[in-house]
Write a protein that binds this ligand. Structure first.
Ligand SMILES: [Zn+2]
Length: 262
């Protein structure tokens, strides 16, 4: 009996050597969670063929690519592996978000500059339906917090504008996926700020509390203006000039208060 047991152990050890260490998964820790804590949305600024070639053959990549017509969702990188979509990035004091995020690239041309000014391309309804379904599925499986479903422009506002001012963030809010400022509260705060607009230092503080990386200079420098524009592109899409105003102050104030449970 003893020799039979010894032989069994020996065989197990030998087979272990051949195919990696033997792992017993009988027990599971209660304290654990997904390594994926951010979901980042992008537009490709390219047509489908060029998007696919870039994301599969170049140095950049994303977990998902959502075509416009037909609205097919392609998985290019397994969710458990790292893709290179975020670059130098930060949110709420966390940085290098490639390591902790899933990236979704949406086929959309972005913008083109014309004699009448910059024209941003809209998204097709069926494509957005596909994005929403994908986001819901990923968020449920990885238990991603609503305030960590973000655009590339949120996490890299000095470099990036995607998914741009035509991306329907409100639709994601209506689906219960992201926080959205309550309109009645925004109106009330806007009335207050219309009489007395907070100074730039106030905006910088609130933008930082919201999650952005923003200078704390008290000056409306280029960097601060870029962050304000990124915020406006999401929550006030008809005007994103990067200038502080009463409505932007109200939107920001209400969002920060909501995040703090107030
Ligand atoms: Zn991007």
């Amino acid at each position: 009996m003893r020799s039979f047991l010894a032989a069994s152990i020996l065989i197990a050890l030998l087979s272990g050597c051949a195919s990696g260490p033997l792992i017993d998964t009988t027990y599971q820790s209660r304290s654990q969670g997904s390594r994926v804590t951010f979901l980042i949305l992008h537009y490709t600024a390219l047509d489908f063929a060029k998007s696919l070639r870039t994301l599969t053959e170049d140095e950049v990549s994303s977990h998902y690519l959502v075509n416009d017509d037909p609205p097919v969702v392609y998985r290019l990188v397994d969710e458990w592996r790292r893709a290179n979509h975020a670059g130098v990035s930060a949110w709420a004091g966390l940085n290098q978000l490639n390591a902790t995020s899933i990236g979704i690239e949406i086929v959309n041309p972005g913008y083109r500059d014309t004699a009448e000014g910059r024209v941003w391309a809209s998204y097709r309804g069926a494509q957005i339906d596909a994005v929403v379904a994908l986001v819901k599925d990923i968020v449920a499986r990885h238990d991603i917090r609503p305030d960590r479903i973000l655009g590339h422009s949120d996490i890299a506002p000095q470099r990036k504008q995607d998914p741009g001012p035509r991306f329907p963030w409100k639709r994601l809010a209506d689906e219960g996926l992201i926080p959205w400022p309550d309109p009645a509260r925004v109106s009330a705060r806007e009335a207050v700020y219309r009489d007395r607009l907070p100074d730039v230092a106030w905006f910088q503080q609130k933008l930082a509390q919201h999650g952005f990386t923003v200078p704390r200079t008290g000056q409306l420098d280029r960097e601060t203006s870029n962050v304000i524009a990124a915020f406006q592109m999401k929550y006030r899409q008809d005007r994103f000039d990067g200038l502080p105003d009463a409505e932007t102050a109200a939107l920001l104030d209400v969002l920060v208060a909501m995040a703090a449970g107030r």
